[in-house]
Write a protein that binds this ligand. Sequence first.
Ligand SMILES: CC/C=C(/N=C/c1c(COP(=O)(O)O)cnc(C)c1O)C(=O)O
Length: 388
Amino acid sequence: SRFGDFGGQYVPEALHACLRELEAGFDEAVADPKFWEEFRSLYSYIGRPSSLHKADRLTEYCGGAQIWLKREDLNHTGSHKINNALAQLLLAKRLGKTEIIAETGAGQHGVATATACAKFGLKCTVFMGAEDVRRQALNVFRMRILGAKVVAVTNGTRTLRDATSEAFRFWVTNLKTTYYVVGSAIGPHPYPTLVRTFQSVIGQETKKQFAELNNGKLPDAVVACVGGGSNSTGMFSPFEKDLSVKLLGVEAGGDGIDTEHHSATLTAGRPGVFHGVKTYVLQDQDGQVHDTHSVSAGLDYPGVGPELAFWKSTGRAEFIAASDAQALEGFKLLSQLEGIIPALESSHAIYGACELAKKMRPDQHLVINVSGRGDKDVQSVAEALPKL
Ligand SMILES: CC/C=C(/N=C/c1c(COP(=O)(O)O)cnc(C)c1O)C(=O)O
């Protein structure tokens, strides 16, 4: 349950028993070939494997490494979130839970959980900050159309942080019947391990596909955006032992990490406890957690997964921040050079990858995890880029 000094279960006594039940259920499931057979039987529903292909015009534009795209945006519901939501629903069924709750920021995890609940016939309640209900309205409609109840959370900054706190509060009072599908590699043990394990299908496929297309070679670098850390740990973990592969996480630099308005937890935060886990936190010297900002709702969060905090401390992965303006640049680049409209979250990885590619040689290869598609964001981008 530890990632070096990070991880653990910093939760009230009331949660210990159900976290132990969850850990036992998880350990049993991952050791059971039947669980993985059931997960793989969902691949045609998800659209796995997702494709890996070259980005020729983006490669030319950046002028350095060969750039490849892992298309998690093409999954059913439009992001990587479906991998984790479906796997956790299988786990919830094994644990005999009848009610499902989830938190959401960008609405992608909310839609993925609502989709999985519709498929498995379970009641679904999604907690979402009122500000995110406004800026990701398309996904709120989708959740409701899929049969889920969306609870707008109005405390605090009315974003992902508050939705997550509210989901935990609800869970603690409904432990017997309710399974909390956590949407990122955050929260108390076993959630960071559980979510990374289910998302590692991304990195496993990437490694195999890249080798098949490049006579057995590994890529030289892999890039992913970082919110709570699920698409990054899912993409990075299969490469963790391959030290020749550079791992780069791109966080939300908002208005700039020298301002109070960003969500670059690993770049500008420090070790602390938040949402039940020891990790990096954006906090003041008294440990009060900062309000955060990002143009992308899915990265707008003052915590981060403990495994990424560990990889930062060991130097296995590097982290940079892309500002709102730089993310909007990444959004435009992929749209106009490759005809792919990425989620604003993924747009941070596009920008960061292009900066890295420039510093690499043309005989080197870099893979970007395109974590989601940008349909949900076109309204806010149109407002942000009126001259587009
Ligand atoms: C679970 C809260 C985060 C959400 N989304 C985060 C997100 C992220 C960042 O989340 P992580 O992969 O967990 O760091 C990246 N790409 C897309 C398309 C996302 O939607 C959500 O609610 O949909």
